[in-house]
Design a protein around this ligand. Structure first.
Ligand code: SF4
Ligand code: SF4
Ligand code: SF4
Length: 474
């Protein structure tokens, strides 16, 4: 698309975004009082500001093609909903603009050198927690076969780089489901704040806070896996290992730019500590390995125990539909007392690269209508249905990235590789010794020795969070 046509296209999108988001009265005010389509159309690139905690703009590399603006406006429906200028930029930190920028003028904010500095500081205990989809994407950086499942090599490489402990965020994916399935059951019984929306994608959470604050009660109050991994590393893990939590530098290794923003949220401070100190992406882990001359294939290793065991349900968290499938397995167990089997295990209807998918699921005497979507353009359809009172769903999974976290902006480039990553995580789920979060022995131990019950006061403190109306940002 030429520059003039692109401008016209973006101008139309901007006008569209400003008029369709009328479900909440706040947004009507936004459209009337602050929207200036002319100003937005004049921009050739996104006005990313220096204080954006997740996204960096390298002006010298920018070719002013406008692809980033188009991605932000079309896929995430953010650009065009506010008066963009060199000093005002609204961002959910999803990184869709990074994925679109072929010139690499947009990247995640780099923090890998901060991690190396912490590793080189003898007074610090540096703990890595690795997200589900990093192990199926790190090989792409080194030109290995797409979707290679490299968990042993990845853990070994983390140790060789210098981390003192290497934990698996899949553990907290299982824990997320324990709490979220309990919450879903309670909402179904009480018929309150339905549908329940998942809350593990911070870009999605911020989107609701900015554009649909009247629906904050529909978001699950459960922290994301990385957020609860952080709070437990500085409490449960530190206590059991006899480490002063103030000496811990907890590093989350993720596929995600938005997690860099998420760890700045004050709602996630527990006992005066931020659970996670630094977030780096899959790409940044690869940069650290290159810097320390660590070969991925030459290394092998196992996770440290206590917060690393995971079921197949935790493994598929990285895929679109994975959180839904994992949650329904445990909800089924909670409601019927038996483990799910058959179609409910794979739930093919909510898998794959379609932006909005749905299924009907029978659990005991209850039939649940569920939906799974990615990118805010699809989520917005459902949000408006809830506002209008026409939403038929009971439980909805939302991720910002195409395909879920396997397609995150911090992964090595190549959207063609997303399907291979999805297949790789699905295979690992099938091969897992258990495919149910509620059977994970380390999860059971965490409840027995630290948290108490699902939904207990201690669980609420370490595993749940709150949300705030951010419509003032518009
Ligand atoms: S996509 Fe990249 S090169 Fe194109 S305008 Fe945006 S920042 Fe510049
Ligand atoms: S990170 Fe997402 S919301 Fe922020 S500018 Fe990029 S595309 Fe838009
Ligand atoms: S889908 Fe996953 S990788 Fe993408 S923004 Fe959300 S949490 Fe991050």
């Amino acid at each position: 698309m030429g520059k003039v046509n692109r401008r016209k296209f973006i101008g139309n999108l901007v006008a569209y975004n400003a008029t369709v988001i009328v479900g909440a009265s706040m947004l009507m005010a936004c459209a009337k009082d602050t929207f200036d389509g002319h100003c937005n159309q004049e921009l050739e690139y996104l006005p990313i500001q220096d204080d954006n905690p997740a996204i960096a703009f390298w002006k010298k590399k920018c070719e002013e093609c406008g692809d980033c603006i188009e991605a932000c406006a079309t896929k995430q429906t953010v650009f065009g909903t506010y008066l963009a200028s060199s000093s005002k930029h609204v961002c959910i930190h999803c990184g869709s603009c990074i994925i679109e920028c072929e010139e690499k003028a947009l990247t995640e904010k780099y923090h890998w050198q901060d991690v190396l500095a912490a590793i080189d500081d003898p007074s610090k205990i540096v703990i890595a927690s690795v997200s589900p989809s990093v192990r199926v994407a790190i090989g792409d950086y080194f030109d290995m076969a797409a979707g290679s499942y490299l968990v042993g090599n990845m853990v070994g490489a983390c140790r060789a780089v210098g981390f003192d402990y290497v934990l698996d965020t899949n553990f907290s994916a299982d824990l997320t489901i324990m709490e979220e399935a309990g919450e879903l059951q309670k909402r179904i019984e009480q018929k309150t704040d339905m549908p329940q929306f998942t809350s593990c994608c911070p870009a999605w959470v911020k989107y609701v806070e900015i554009y649909y604050p009247s629906l904050l009660g529909n978001l699950s109050s459960v922290r994301s896996p990385i957020a609860m991994q952080g709070s437990l590393v500085k409490s449960y893990f530190a206590e059991k290992m006899g480490i002063n939590p103030r000496n811990i530098v907890h590093v989350a290794i993720t596929p995600c730019s938005a997690k860099k923003y998420e760890i700045t949220r004050d709602e996630l401070v527990t006992d005066g500590l931020r659970g996670t100190d630094i977030v780096i992406t899959t790409r940044e882990l690869a940069k650290m390995m290159k810097n320390r001359k660590v070969s991925l294939t030459a290394q092998t290793g196992n996770f440290d125990s206590l917060m690393s065991a995971a079921s197949g349900a935790g493994i598929i968290f990285g895929n679109t539909g994975g959180v839904m499938r994992a949650a329904l397995r445990t909800a089924y167990f909670n409601i019927t007392g038996a483990n799910a089997a058959g179609n409910l295990m794979e739930l093919k209807q909510v898998q794959g690269l379609t932006g909005l998918k749905e299924a009907k699921v029978a659990i005991g005497l209850t039939t649940l209508n569920v939906a799974v979507c990615y990118e805010m353009r699809n989520a917005k359809v459902l949000l408006n249905q809830v506002i209008n009172g026409t939403c038929k769903y009971d439980f909805v999974e939302v991720m910002a990235c195409k395909g879920g976290c396997v397609g995150g902006a911090g992964q090595p480039a190549g959207s063609s590789k997303i399907e291979k990553r999805i297949s790789s995580l699905n295979s690992a789920d099938i091969k897992a010794s258990s495919r149910y979060c509620h059977e994970n022995p380390e999860i059971k131990a965490a409840y027995t020795y630290f948290l108490g019950q699902v939904g207990s006061a201690k669980s609420k403190k370490y595993l749940h969070t709150t949300y705030n109306d951010k419509s003032h940002l518009l």
